[in-house]
Design a protein around this ligand. Structure first.
Ligand SMILES: C=C(O[C@@H]1C=C(C(=O)O)C=C[C@H]1O)C(=O)O
Length: 247
């Protein structure tokens, strides 16, 4: 049988899943690549892979997609790696730079700006001075490891999973394991077992990761990220997609 081609996120948030994939037999059945989230999505859309841990917002650009795992990159309340950083109150921002590596969080920011904060700053894609923080009224969205240790550096910091929960009362799903074609049930079951194995061994994994003084990695991987794709998270996912469609 041909190997299943999989693209997974290259950030720390995915390391528990990688631990499970690399320490179980599933590794022999897959060709794995690690990519920034926007590339995970593009590879799945372009059929360069069969399964991707992709930003859920990207499913809106896919003719066929199905969730193939009970696990995801999600959060119940603050996630601590998806932010709007700003030097003014978000209601005073005149522009917002979007993160070129993101698909979900850029859309989450747009949904919250419109429906929760009820403001309409100019949206800037691929800003030349992205994240440089020069203009006090220009905020920016940022995700992943690049946000670690940055919370103290800005006057206003909005954790987007926390703001979504305040807005909807629901948890949030940033990325899910999604296939662009039907996948054999046996493979899905084994793949899920491998992901669970990784989650169950987070304590061992954390010991092998470089620690940093300005970021609590253990709290992040054990508590802030919430990897179970629960009914509430599925509900949130569909609500989020509806909000994006109405933008
Ligand atoms: C929690 C995170 O979730 C992510 C956010 C994504 C997005 O905004 O498109 C996609 C994949 C995840 O890596 C993070 O990257 O910090």
């Amino acid at each position: 049988m041909k190997n299943i081609r999989i693209s997974a996120v290259s950030y720390t948030n995915t390391k528990p899943f990688l631990y499970g994939i690399q320490n179980t037999d599933i590794i022999n059945q897959i060709d794995l690549s690690l990519d920034i989230p926007s590339d995970c999505a593009q590879k799945l859309i372009d059929n360069q892979v069969d399964i991707g841990l992709i930003p859920v917002a990207a499913t809106l650009n896919m003719p066929y997609w199905e969730i193939v795992s009970d696990y995801c990159i999600g959060a119940v309340g603050a996630v601590n790696s998806v932010f709007i950083f700003s030097n003014c109150d978000i209601k005073e921002a005149t522009a917002i730079q979007l993160d070129p590596e993101s698909r979900s969080s850029n859309n989450l920011a747009k949904v919250l700006l419109k429906n929760y904060w009820k403001v309409a700053p100019r949206q800037i894609v691929n800003a030349a001075d992205y994240a440089a923080g020069q203009d006090p009224n220009t905020a920016f969205v940022q995700i992943g490891d690049r946000t670690f240790g940055k919370k103290e550096k800005f006057n206003y910091v909005y954790d987007l999973a926390e703001e979504w929960q305040k807005f909807t009362g629901l948890p949030f799903v940033f990325a899910a394991w999604i296939a662009n074609k039907p996948v054999a049930k046996e493979f899905i079951a084994e793949f899920n077992d491998a992901l669970k194995f990784g989650l169950d061994h987070r304590a061992e994994l954390i010991k092998t990761l470089p620690q940093r003084p300005d970021f609590d990695l253990e709290d992040y991987l054990m508590h802030k990220l919430d990897f179970s794709l629960t009914d509430d998270k599925r509900k949130a996912l569909h609500l989020f997609l509806d909000y994006i469609k109405a933008l």
